[in-house]
Design a protein around this ligand. Structure first.
Ligand code: G3H
Ligand code: 13P
Ligand code: ZN
Length: 311
């Protein structure tokens, strides 16, 4: 089976009240961990590469690794560009075999966001590729771009119909209180997503797939392992998993997770070196990082996303 687009996955997820996990990939161990976990619980999966990932690993390596995972697991897998900054980046990925791209012009004025997104949609659709766009701005860091809490803003529901009809995008990322990275909410606060905004958006766009970025839950077990083995992560708080489950039951069809995988890899490697300071074979410590990522992804699929058995 070749790489697929997310069109059918999202239709089924919307109707079935679950979400597909979109996990960031940067190297072979991460691709293997995610897809082995997905295969064991028969889940469709989206593997996404950021600009930073493409710079680190090169797009062609990532595509070949993801194609190898398709061959290895037989799963329906989407290869998606995460946070495409401009038309050229999206075109490069369409031409390079990605089956889905995100154009993130959410920092631009509304009309400009529409114009850039429309241009990407025209090119991508001509090549059988689907497009995710974004309205609203999440706080946090993606690549070198840092959005401060003051500059972040929630999606305005009154803009979504015009945006989707004028751009023709296939899915829409919205800002309802999540943010990128491990430090989403201040320790001691009571993190709450704006389900009223999600509700208003989905009333205006019935049946349309919504995407949630910044959805790592920052499992405290892994923060603890990191800190017990020489790390220094101060009180990181992620999105509560019950709120992610609720979003998955509603119009949210794609949930983006990266930071939690980073925690898994870091916890595995730190723990490994503490137990075996004499080791220097990357297969040993990378293998432990891979095992933790696999555990995390399987838990997400079964206990948060609900897409197990849907492949
Ligand atoms: O949304 C951002 C993702 O976590 C990717 O992070 O740009 O550092 O690869 P990155
Ligand atoms: P996290 O930082 O919460 O994992 O979000 C990842 C993301 O949104 C990638 O686009
Ligand atoms: Zn994101």
């Amino acid at each position: 089976m070749p790489l697929v687009t997310s069109a059918e996955m999202f239709r089924k997820a919307y109707d079935g009240g679950y979400a597909i996990g979109a996990f960031n990939v940067n190297n072979m161990e991460i691709v293997q961990a995610i897809t082995e976990a997905a295969a064991e619980v028969k889940a469709p999966v989206i593997l996404q590469a950021s600009a930073g990932a493409r710079k680190y690993a090169k797009g062609v390596y990532l595509r070949k690794l993801v194609e190898a995972a398709v061959e290895d697991t037989g799963l329906p897998i989407v290869l998606h560009l995460d946070h495409g900054a401009d038309f050229e980046t999206c075109k490069d990925c369409v031409d390079g075999g990605f089956t889905s791209v995100m154009i993130d012009a959410s920092s631009k004025p509304f009309e400009e966001n529409i114009a850039i997104t429309r241009k990407v949609v025209e090119y991508a659709h001509d090549h059988g590729v689907v497009v995710e766009a974004e309205l609203g701005a999440l706080a946090g860091v993606e690549d070198e771009v840092q959005v401060s809490a003051e500059d972040s803003h929630y999606t305005r529901p009154e803009e979504v119909e015009e945006f989707v009809s004028k751009t023709g995008c296939d899915s829409l990322a919205i800002a309802i209180g999540t943010s990128h990275g491990a430090y989403k909410f201040k320790p001691g606060t009571d993190p709450k997503l704006r389900f009223d905004i999600l509700d208003e958006v989905s009333k205006r766009l019935p049946g349309f797939p919504i995407v949630l970025h910044g959805a790592s839950s920052v499992p405290q077990r892994f923060v603890k392992i990191i800190n017990e083995h020489g790390g220094k992560m101060p009180g990181a708080i992620g999105v509560p998993e019950d709120q992610l489950r609720q979003a998955a039951r509603l119009a949210v069809c794609k949930i983006n997770i990266d930071s939690d995988l980073r925690l898994g890899m870091t916890a595995g490697i730190r723990e490994h070196f503490d137990a075996h300071p004499d080791h220097f074979d990357p297969r040993q410590y990378m293998g432990d990082g891979r095992a933790y990522i696999k555990e995390i992804v399987k838990d997400k699929i079964v206990n948060v996303l609900g897409c197990d058995g849907k492949a």
